[in-house]
Write a protein that binds this ligand. Structure first.
Ligand code: NAD
Ligand code: DAU
Length: 349
């Protein structure tokens, strides 16, 4: 069956993998990728599908309601998969309002535009909101986030994503708009902007720069290969129960220090350096303000109801990721020139 699907944020890290999957897997769908191309958006991420006959790129900002209304009126989308967001916790600490504008107002604008063009007829329509496990706050040493864990966001980024989740549910409840929400743990893989831990450290190891570990390095994250997240989004978009929430995660917890040591060991091998060389770059720096101690997702609902499970082990996914960065040095050089240098100086010096 043919569908018109709008994917927002498809020039970013996760969005680019979702757009590629949908364009390739569903040749009868028309896939629209709406992205403002902020510092995190990069058309290079999806250049391989740029000329596909079922694909259209639209440059535009979800903060602009008039633009969105016109776009939705013109195309009458059947589905929206919403990933566009400000996504980096450290940036949210420096400039919280930017996160309110895109993540809260921008999401509300999309919901309004979708509701208005559907005009009360939501048959075969769906708004899919892609969210994060950070809305649940921070865990102690034990326990997992389930779909019923109470929201307790701790950073401006997490609070803005929590607010956007609430808006989506409010539209579902108030206007009967069909929706699904997924809350995913930390992703890693190709096209990840090198402000986040794994790509930043790969780039620094390659360039023999110090590896800035926040605080004691004992913070824990649950890591998922980005292509597995894209597969989960495909499954939930097509088979998820309307009005439901699905947690997505790899059952793959690592303290930052253990992860960094694994990364250093794999990099030593791939770069032909003697064992332990990259780990010498580890430097302890001032902690992130309000740093969440531990995230861990219980993804058993998604497994039981829709049969999803991750396809690679962390060691395999990490090795693939390193290989991608080493083979795409030009991509890295392009995104780390210009404004990135200024960001890095302010953040780490
Ligand atoms: P990203 O920062 O790599 O990409 C965000 C994309 O959104 C960019 O292409 C950017 O240009 C675009 N964008 C930003 N503001 C926009 C605006 N106002 N209008 C239109 N486009 C705009 O982010 P990501 O890591 O790929 O995350 C994508 C989504 O997944 C986000 O909603 C994020 O909260 C969520 N998420 C991310 C992770 C993760 O580990 N990265 C985990 C769980 C959930
Ligand atoms: O959990 C899902 C979230 O994961 C997503 O919603 C966010 O968009 C995504 O950015 C990510 O958030 P984190 O804050 O967990 O990711 P980040 O890569 O920034 O940091 C991972 C851990 O590494 C965290 O404990 C902070 C630490 N860290 C990070 C950086 C950038 C360092 O020790 N040093 C660093 O330089």
């Amino acid at each position: 069956m043919s569908k018109k699907v709008l994917i927002t944020g498809g020039a970013g890290f996760i969005g680019s993998h979702v757009v590629r999957l949908f364009v390739k897997k569903y040749p009868t769908y028309r896939i629209f990728n709406l992205d403002a191309l902020t510092y995190a958006g990069n058309l290079e991420n999806i250049k391989d599908i740029a000329d596909a006959p079922n694909y259209t790129f639209v440059k535009g900002n979800i903060k602009d309601i008039n633009f969105l209304n016109a776009l939705f009126q013109e195309h009458q989308f059947d589905g929206v998969i919403h990933l566009a967001a400000e996504s980096h916790v450290d940036r949210s600490i420096k400039d919280p309002n930017a996160f309110i504008e895109t993540n809260v107002i921008g999401t509300s604008n999309l919901l309004n535009a979708f509701r208005d063009t559907c005009n009360g007829n939501f048959e075969n329509k769906l708004f899919y909101h892609v969210s994060t496990d950070e809305v649940y706050g921070s865990l102690g040493k034990t326990g997992l986030f389930t779909e019923t864990t109470a929201y307790d966001p701790q950073s401006p980024y997490a609070a803005s994503k929590a607010a956007s989740d609430h808006m989506v549910r409010a539209f579902g409840n108030t206007y009967d708009m069909p929706f699904v929400i997924s809350n995913c743990s930390n992703n890693y893989g190709a096209n990840h902007f090198p402000e986040k831990l794994i790509p930043l450290f790969i780039n620094n190891i390659k360039n023999n720069k110090s590896l800035p570990v926040y605080g004691d390095g004992q913070y824990t994250r649950d890591w998922l290969f980005v292509e597995d997240h894209a597969q989960a989004i495909d499954l939930i978009f097509h088979e998820g129960k309307k009005g439901d929430t699905y947690n997505i995660g790899g059952f793959n917890e690592w303290t930052n220090l253990d992860l960094i040591h694994l990364l250093c060991a794999q990099m030593d091998e791939k770069l032909g350096r003697s064992k332990g060389t990259s780990a010498e770059l580890i430097t302890y720096v001032k902690d992130r303000a309000g740093h969440d101690r531990r995230y861990a997702i219980d993804a058993s609902k998604l497994n039981k109801e829709l049969g999803w499970k991750p396809s690679v082990t962390f060691e395999e996914g990490l090795a693939k990721t390193i290989d991608w960065y080493l083979a795409n040095q030009e991509w890295l050089q392009n995104v780390t020139s210009g404004a990135y240098k200024e960001y890095y100086e302010k953040m780490y010096n």
